[in-house]
Design a protein around this ligand. Structure first.
Ligand code: PMP
Length: 386
């Protein structure tokens, strides 16, 4: 059987393959797996949903009780009232929310702007819709979004921009000036802003997470993509959502019905028992660990800008004389430490081999041990001559 061109355009997920490299006893500081589990009461509610016979389709837009939980979270996070009946769609993770949003606003051949570096999934999801990714370059060390980079990537076929804030992998939390820039361009060009805010629970140094949701002028051309995966520590439950104005929500719900019919019923019921106090407070939980990882990597000779939010530290390997690919392979094979090479986050070859992505969310002890193993490895092994 000959696969479709769009299937051929989708590369295997390198980060998923990473775990296979791990030896037993490896320390994984590559993947953003939450440190804990959702509360027992929420698990009990999911189990009782099964016992009570909630085995059939739910409301395809998402259980009303769960949409109310998501609306309450939006109010807490942004001070914005969202109508759960007309503005929220529950999806199979942020991943389906992205696909559904892109299908809702692009036709084949349309262009979608992605900030580069990007979360590994994005180019493939855009390709699956038949649209074409165009890249807006963020530059180290501050990874700021500039007007030149954004407007330089526009074309008459541009239909959407995907803005991920807090940003994976750089840790940027885009500020008011950058958000204004995106909104101005979206309004002038009549394009849609899709913001991926799955790390909205983790912003450091007293910063605030900003979203188009809280910008009245942006509501009519933005789709907010969110997820319970990280903030409720339930990546395996596969529950995400889109927030958009009622008109766009009608479209999103139609597509959602055609892609998945709906998210699984018993787990939605369980998640409806979530309370405000269950939201992971990344600032409280991770600030110290972030500081420790940043300091540790800097001391080892990596080039590091402290992340403003999110779960990752993006570290440059050039000053060490190592290519990111060789270093991440040798660390996995020889030191028992998994870090993500930069290649999944860039399409530009010259950038992709200069960065590794590490996370501080796997616990203070894991961070410390991983840094010790990396120090011992770097002291013992020279980079291969290029
Ligand atoms: N967006 C970003 C930026 C992510 O880092 C991730 C998960 N690592 C996702 C989306 C996917 O989230 P979900 O589990 O809700 O599909």
């Amino acid at each position: 059987m000959k696969p479709s061109l769009r299937a051929q355009a989708v590369a295997p997920m390198e980060l998923a393959g990473l775990q296979r490299l791990a030896r037993s006893g490896s320390l994984d500081i590559a993947l953003g797996i939450p440190p804990g589990d959702p509360p027992a009461a929420v698990v009990d509610a999911a189990v009782s949903a099964l016992r009570q016979g909630r085995h059939q389709y739910a409301d395809t837009s998402g259980l009303p009780e769960l949409r109310a939980v998501i609306a309450a979270d939006a109010l807490r996070t942004h001070g914005v009232v969202v109508d759960p009946d007309t503005e929220i769609t529950v999806t199979v993770g942020a991943t389906e929310a992205l696909l559904t949003s892109l299908l809702a606003v692009t036709d084949p051949g349309d262009e979608v702007l992605l900030l580069e570096p990007y979360f590994e999934l994005y180019p493939g999801v855009v390709e699956l819709t038949g649209a074409v990714p165009r890249f807006v370059r963020l530059r180290a060390p501050d990874w700021r979004l500039t007007e030149d980079a954004l407007t330089g990537a526009l074309s008459p076929r541009t239909r959407a921009v995907v803005l991920n804030t807090p940003h994976n992998p750089t840790g940027r939390v885009f500020d008011a000036e950058e958000l204004d820039l995106v909104m101005n361009v979206c309004q002038e060009q009549g394009i849609v802003c899709i913001t991926d805010e799955v790390y909205d629970c983790t912003v450091f140094d007293g910063r605030r997470h900003l979203s188009p949701l809280a910008m009245p002028r942006a509501r009519s051309n933005s789709v907010i993509v969110g997820s319970l995966s990280k903030k409720m520590q339930m990546t395996g439950w596969r529950i995400g959502y889109c927030i958009a104005d009622p008109e766009m929500t009608t479209v999103l719900r139609r597509i959602h019905e055609h892609t998945t019919v709906g998210t699984n019923h018993p787990l939605q019921y369980g998640a409806s028992a979530l309370q405000a106090s269950d939201v992971l407070d990344g600032r409280l939980l991770f600030q110290e660990q972030r500081d420790e990882l940043v300091a540790g990597l800097s001391a080892l000779g990596f080039t590091v800008s402290p992340p403003e939010g999110g779960w990752f530290v993006f570290a440059g390997t050039e000053a060490l004389g190592w290519s990111a690919r060789a270093l991440s392979r040798r660390l996995a094979e020889s030191a028992g430490v998994l870090v993500a090479p930069g290649s999944p986050f860039f399409q530009r070859q010259e950038d992709s081999d200069r960065w590794i992505r590490t996370t501080f969310v796997r616990g203070a002890e894991t961070t410390r041990k991983a840094l010790d193993r990396m120090a011992a490895f770097l002291a013992a092994e020279d980079p291969p001559s290029r």
